[in-house]
Design a protein around this ligand. Structure first.
Ligand SMILES: [Zn+2]
Length: 494
């Protein structure tokens, strides 16, 4: 048994800190008691004096394959990022897939995040070995995850109406040669994964990640829907991330992306929208009515100039709100404290009354309980209550940003940058102590990462050259499409 004693513990009901001790048996919190009321004898004691004690943060949206690509891009829109995906994420060995996931898992753990929704991408289709390698990386580092193989049956160049026609030859032929596998093959791989899943449902869950609605044929989306129902597994999709996507939906479907997904009966509890920047009131009402979640990823949205999602409107509509970093290709760090700070700040830049800004308590709830629900771990993690899994982060009150300690919740959301993370416990195991990994050799990954990147740059050189030639055409065409007026009711996006 373990006793985390002497700390100020975030209580889920009030979202306030109270002096309390946590009693842990195995991987579960079995009691939350007043300080000193349970004897330490026979227990592993984690000294939480001078610490804030919060649930492990939950990252609502991420991509394991991008950790080897962090920092590669500067001035890329989402569309430029998708254009460059063949070389930034392509031709990975199985070992590199594991390595990329492990690097991200370590970064999250070190920054107080103990669970993540991971849309892991392979091209031209997911593989059983690849998805298992990523799940194994999370298992080895020790954090929880929902791993959703990211899939499509149309390439970026096929998915955007008119884009291929706007490319000159031979670029058009070369771009159209980048083809995904037929959707039925991807579904078969996911079925095989679901049948043989060996990581448990309370540690690492399998989910489905058909990436972007119009990158998937309706038949493929329906097949994914049916597979999700058959195995009762969650979904994550990028929905209405950029304005261009919202415009394409009207062109292609004559309705919004969310309305289209609703027509196909994809929306359900366990369905998580990544981003949701360009949602209207009707979209949010549909998501709420179907018990869906949205992972709000303000850092990625700002870096890629996707827009500013209206988290207040989501909460107001009754949508479950999670927060995420997005992948290291677009964020470029995996710091959930930064995601919280940005979510708070972004909610203020809309021209509206300050009572409608997100409060720090709402932000902290989204990064914990909201994320837990989005990942399919609702009730298990995201709270420090009796019966919950013991995923616990201790923040050091000696860190400069807590001196003086005026309001712990405000300071966790607005001051903490991850440097105050002292101890991280996941499932009752201490995985980080005094900021150092206790159970995983992160340093060993550094040399592997350097070697992997050297190899990948070489094998992807030709692909990179093609993507660089395509970029100006993609930018010009997509910027033109995005210039179409698109008014989102209830919110001023231009
Ligand atoms: Zn994403």
């Amino acid at each position: 048994m373990m006793l985390i004693s002497g700390g100020k513990v975030l209580r889920s009901g009030t979202m306030r800190f109270e002096a309390a001790d946590l009693v842990i048996d195995g991987d579960t919190i079995v009691d939350v008691v007043s300080p000193g009321s349970v004897a330490a004898e026979g227990k592993l004691v984690v000294d939480a004096r001078d610490r804030l004690v919060i649930p492990g943060l939950v990252n609502g949206h991420n991509h394991a394959q991008t950790n080897l690509a962090k920092g590669l891009a500067d001035r890329w829109t989402l569309e430029a990022l998708l254009n460059h995906a063949p070389w930034t994420g392509g031709r990975r060995t199985l070992e590199e897939k594991y390595l990329s996931a492990a690097i991200g898992a370590c970064e999250m753990l070190k920054k107080g995040c103990t669970a993540t929704y991971d849309m892991f991408a392979e091209f031209p289709l997911p593989t059983v070995e690849g998805v298992n390698a990523v799940a194994q990386a999370y298992a080895d580092v020790g954090i929880r995850a929902a791993v959703a193989p990211m899939m499509a049956d149309r390439s970026f160049y096929e998915a955007i109406p008119g884009l291929a026609d706007a490319l000159p030859e031979p670029l058009r032929t070369q771009a159209l040669a980048i083809r995904y596998a037929p959707g039925a093959q991807s579904v078969d791989v996911c079925r095989e994964l679901a049948r043989g899943w060996r990581f448990g449902s309370d540690r690492i869950r399998l989910a489905l990640g058909p990436t972007i609605p119009h990158h998937c044929s309706d038949a493929f989306l329906v097949a994914c829907r049916d597979l999700g129902r058959e195995f009762d597994i969650g979904f994550q999709m990028h929905v209405a991330e950029s304005k261009m996507q919202a415009v394409v939906a009207m062109k292609k479907y004559g309705r919004t992306l969310v309305a289209h997904l609703d027509e196909l009966s994809l929306l359900k509890p366990g369905f998580c929208v990544a981003h949701g920047v360009w949602l209207d009131d009707d979209d949010r009402a549909r998501l709420a009515a179907n018990g869906c979640s949205v992972s709000h990823n303000p850092g990625s949205n700002m870096k890629l100039a996707s827009g500013l999602a209206d988290a207040r409107a989501m909460l107001g509509a009754g949508v479950n709100l999670a927060l995420g970093t997005d992948g290291a290709g677009s964020s470029d760090n995996l710091n959930m404290f930064e995601a919280m700070r940005l979510a708070s700040f972004v909610s203020r830049v809309h021209d509206r009354d300050c009572s409608l800004w997100l409060s720090t308590q709402e932000v902290l709830r989204a990064a914990t309980e909201g994320g837990a629900q989005a990942l399919g771990f609702g009730g298990l993690i995201g709270r420090l209550d009796r019966g919950c899994k013991a995923d616990v982060v201790l923040l050091d009150l000696a860190a400069p940003h807590y001196v003086p300690l005026n309001d712990p919740v405000n300071q966790v959301v607005h001051c903490e940058d991850g440097t105050g993370v002292h101890t991280v416990v996941v499932g009752g195991r201490v995985l980080l102590e005094a900021g150092k990994f206790t159970a995983f050799d992160f340093d060993a990954l550094r040399a592997q990462a350097a070697r992997a990147v050297e190899r990948l740059m070489e094998v992807n050189a030709e692909s990179r050259a093609l993507c660089e030639k395509l970029e100006p055409y993609v930018n010009q065409y997509c910027t033109g499409l995005a210039a179409t007026p698109y008014h989102v009711a209830g919110f001023c996006q231009h």
